[in-house]
Write a protein that binds this ligand. Structure first.
Ligand code: AMP
Length: 112
């Protein structure tokens, strides 16, 4: 999609620190990490946010969670937090569905 930052990252038009890629999703390190390890996993298809997940496109979400399980195991991360912000009021700043994966000693028990 035009003017979508993450679509441009997936297309290689904007550089990123890539962690993983397959036909369905792309994983890369967050430019402004909020914990020792902080990466994002995004569908290659443009879906603006969690409210636009439907029966037609939800398979990629299951796939992303499988990829997260694989990547965290490879990275040796035993405990981690997966976050999705949906909508500006919840802190979503990039309108392309993405899952934050955070791990590290500064990860507290609180959700907010
Ligand atoms: P959210 O606030 O949930 O929409 O998350 C967007 C995330 O994208 C933030 O954690 C940003 O630090 C991250 N981000 C923004 N631009 C880039 C970029 N060029 N490369 C990697 N991460 C980015």
């Amino acid at each position: 999609m035009e003017d979508c930052l993450f679509c441009k990252i997936i297309a290689g038009e904007i550089p990123s620190k890539k962690l993983y890629e397959d036909e369905q999703c792309y994983a890369f390190y967050d430019i402004n990490p909020q914990s020792d390890t902080h990466f994002l996993v995004v569908p290659k298809t443009h879906i603006c946010c969690a409210k636009k997940i439907t029966a037609k496109n939800s398979a990629v979400v299951a796939h992303i969670f499988e990829v997260i399980a694989k990547l965290t195991e490879e990275l040796g991360l035993d405990s981690y937090r997966i976050i999705n912000n949906c909508g500006e009021g919840a802190g979503q700043t990039v309108m392309h569905l993405h899952f934050h994966v955070l791990s590290g000693k500064n990860l507290g028990e609180r959700l907010v």
